[in-house]
Design a protein around this ligand. Sequence first.
Ligand SMILES: CC(C)(COP(=O)(O)OP(=O)(O)OC[C@H]1O[C@@H](n2cnc3c(N)ncnc32)[C@H](O)[C@@H]1OP(=O)(O)O)[C@@H](O)C(=O)NCCC(=O)NCCS
Length: 155
Amino acid sequence: MTGKVIYRPAVFADVEALYHLLSAYAKEGLMLPRARSVLYENLRDFVVAEVDGEVVGAGALHFLWDKLAEVRSLAIAPEWAKKGLGREIVRRLEEDGRKFGVTMFFALTYQPGFFTACGYERAEKEMVPQKVWKECVYCPKYPDCDEIAMIKHIV
Ligand SMILES: CC(C)(COP(=O)(O)OP(=O)(O)OC[C@H]1O[C@@H](n2cnc3c(N)ncnc32)[C@H](O)[C@@H]1OP(=O)(O)O)[C@@H](O)C(=O)NCCC(=O)NCCS
């Protein structure tokens, strides 16, 4: 047992761990649940944090439009929270996004303080109409979504 955190792209074998990590926080209403089929379909979006063979954190970068990408499904196991894993996963997702030329990152969240600490600013959801019209309209909360939009422009 090294206790060393390894960050890497997600693989098929991670889907069960991702499913349980996200479902636990979805049950608390902190994030949207993701079906296993959606996790398989979007597996290449995910970066995971692994300790001694166990997935203890994850996050995904989902392309939505020209140079626009959403940071989503960001979750750190409670016993590993507040140790810098969330920030490192967001940094790596942004690094991947920049390689594709992403210039605007955004997230919908109940944790604006965390994203502020990662250099994001509050914004109006209307700034990302592609998200609203492609996904929000299918969300049970729509149009009374109480999540906060956070945005980071890369110049
Ligand atoms: C929110 C979450 C992803 C943060 O990850 P984490 O690994 O605990 O955060 P980090 O340790 O990387 O924190 C980075 C910075 O953000 C701050 N921070 C972390 N969580 C915060 C929160 N909920 N509110 C305000 N600031 C927060 C930390 O204090 C740290 O600040 P510092 O660098 O100035 O010390 C994690 O707590 C989590 O999985 N929460 C439950 C699921 C969830 O809400 N996911 C977000 C969905 S968008």
